[in-house]
Design a protein around this ligand. Structure first.
Ligand code: CMP
Length: 138
C-alpha cells in the first residue's frame, strides 16, 4: 500500500467539481485516508512549492494556489502515486489524455485542477505538510 497527496486546486473548487474528482479516485480503487478544505496564504503555498522556487512561474503559482479554497486529500492504494498521476493526466491540460481529470476540468498549465505527489519522497514531504497523524483516521 502506498499513500499520495492530492490537491483539488482553487479553479476546480470554483467550478463545483470536487465531488466529480473525488468520485474518480474512489471508483478507481483509491481510498480517502484523510480530507479537508483549507485556504493557504501566499507564504503557505510558497512553502509547499519550495522545490519550484527557481522556476519563473513560482510566485504566480503560489498566488493562484492561495487565491481560494483547496481540498487536500491523502489517497491510499496499490501504486497510489502512479494511479493518481494517470487519473490526473499531463500537467498541461492541452497535452492530457482524453478522460483524465485535467483534460476534463483544467483551464491551462498553471490552473490545472489538481496536484498529485510525483514520488514517494515528495509524498513524504507533502502529506505531513497538511496532515497530522491524528487526522489520518481512515
Ligand atoms: P502541480 O502538479 O501542482 O506541480 C507544479 C505546478 O506548477 C503545476 O502543477 C502547475 O500548476 C504549475 N506549472 C508547471 N509548469 C508550469 C508552467 N510552465 N507555467 C505555469 N505554471 C506551471
Amino acid at each position: 500500500m502506498e499513500q499520495t497527496l492530492s490537491i483539488i486546486k482553487p479553479d476546480a473548487v470554483k467550478k463545483n467539481v470536487i465531488g466529480e474528482i473525488v468520485k474518480r479516485f474512489e471508483s478507481n480503487g483509491l481510498k480517502i485516508k484523510a480530507m479537508k478544505m483549507i485556504k493557504m496564504s501566499q507564504k503557505d503555498a510558497e512553502g509547499f512549492y519550495y522545490v519550484h522556487r527557481e522556476r519563473p512561474f513560482y510566485k504566480s503559482l503560489a498566488e493562484f494556489m492561495s487565491s481560494g479554497p483547496v481540498v487536500v486529500i491523502v489517497l491510499e492504494g496499490k501504486d497510489a502515486i502512479k494511479k493518481n498521476r494517470d487519473l490526473m493526466g499531463a500537467t498541461d491540460p492541452k497535452k492530457a489524455d482524453k478522460g483524465t481529470i485535467r483534460a476534463d476540468f483544467a483551464d491551462n498549465i498553471e490552473q490545472n485542477a489538481v496536484h498529485g505527489s510525483d514520488s514517494v519522497e515528495s509524498a513524504k514531504f507533502e502529506i505531513p505538510f497538511f496532515f497530522s497523524s491524528m487526522e489520518m483516521v481512515n
